[in-house]
Ligand binder design. Structure first.
Ligand code: ADP
Length: 195
């Protein structure tokens, strides 16, 4: 199995590149942000809970997020591999994912970390907010908090994968195709090992 963690701060381009990667490598895309937004739209209990955190740019509590993610993996028993997009975002989430995948006889092949500087992130998020309808992209204070939370709680997750020799930093500035080809080059290095 090829299991990829697509990593990077808000606005780094994870969603865009995930779409291209799933098409090329035939993977199942699990975006925790998308799943939360679907629950908000469907007005589920999980959606109501998630919204109260997302509206402030805070993380949804680990236990809720981990249970939801595991349930989504279970729903796709035939998948040839997964792209985890927006997960893990904390060290406890990374530990939980490792244990869960071990119990399934698999593991993360590589973390691909999109690297984009803060100024560019804010520009991209405000642009996305102007036409996506995402409330958390419209407000500069919420954006600032998401980046702060990323720096304080999420950035450290890279160390978890680096310690296992599974970390690849990718320049996230350039055309979509340029960035995609950088990602594919990195994937190829790990694909052989995971076969
Ligand atoms: P972005 O990467 O642009 O912030 P996402 O769609 O990945 O967008 O996430 C939107 C929001 O959903 C986050 O700010 C957070 O509140 C919540 N969220 C998504 N993934 C997680 C996660 N793994 N753990 C906790 N909260 C999460």
């Amino acid at each position: 199995m090829l299991n990829i963690v697509l990593f990077g701060p808000p606005g780094a381009g994870k969603g865009t590149q995930a779409e291209k990667l799933i098409a090329k490598y035939n993977l199942c895309h699990l975006s925790t942000g998308d799943i939360f937004r679907a629950n908000i739209k469907g007005e589920t209990e999980l959606g109501k809970l998630a919204k109260s955190y997302m509206d402030k740019g805070e993380l949804v509590p680990d236990q809720v997020t981990i249970s939801m993610l595991e349930a989504e993996v279970e729903k796709n028993p035939k998948a040839q591999g997964f792209i985890f997009d927006g997960f893990p975002r904390t060290t406890p989430q990374a530990n939980a994912l490792a244990n869960f995948l071990t119990s399934k006889g698999t593991s993360i092949s590589v973390m691909l970390a999109l690297d984009v500087k803060e100024e560019e992130l804010i520009k991209r998020l405000l642009l996305r907010g102007a036409d996506s309808g995402r409330a958390d992209d419209k407000d500069e204070n919420i954006i600032a908090n998401r980046i702060k939370v990323y720096n304080e709680q999420t950035a450290v997750v890279a160390d978890f994968y680096a310690a296992e020799g599974k970390f690849e930093k990718i320049n996230g500035v350039g055309s979509k195709d340029e960035i995609f080809s950088r990602l594919c080059n990195a994937v190829e290095k790990y694909r052989v090992e995971s076969n």
